[in-house]
Design a protein. Structure first.
Length: 127
């Protein structure tokens, strides 16, 4: 029994992506007129990525499901992996939601967001 367990551990290669413990590294750069957010998302396709801007919160999610295996009649071997990462962050300054552009290339997502002046609010006279 110990030999069998030992052989299983010798053949085992961890797939950290499938565990769901992978963090998404994110950089936020503040330029004069825009914010640039860069997120590392290796192994995903652009269709796997969902980016949402809600008020001053930026939400980035990526989901990938893959199925490989050998089939003939009944399954002899089938392996499936599911990877998912998400990250939400509060932007340091207000941005124009209509100005956001996103590009995904070589596992890196880059978002450009134009800053807007914050609303000054409305003065209310007190009687």
């Amino acid at each position: 029994m110990f030999e069998r367990m030992s052989r299983q551990f010798e053949d085992w290669e961890p797939e950290w992506e499938a565990m769901g413990d992978i963090d998404m590294s994110v950089d936020v750069a503040d330029y004069d007129d825009e914010l640039v957010v860069t997120a590392d998302l290796p192994g995903y396709e652009s269709d796997d990525i969902d980016v949402r801007l809600s008020d001053s919160r930026l939400h980035i999610e990526a989901h990938h499901e893959e199925s490989t295996g050998e089939e003939s009649g009944e399954y002899l071997r089938r392996e499936r992996s599911h990877r998912s990462v998400s990250r939400s962050l509060t932007l340091p300054e207000p941005v124009d939601p209509d100005s956001v552009s996103a590009k995904y290339k070589n596992g890196v997502l880059t978002l450009h967001m134009s800053k807007v002046e914050p609303a000054e609010g409305t003065h209310i006279d007190v009687e």
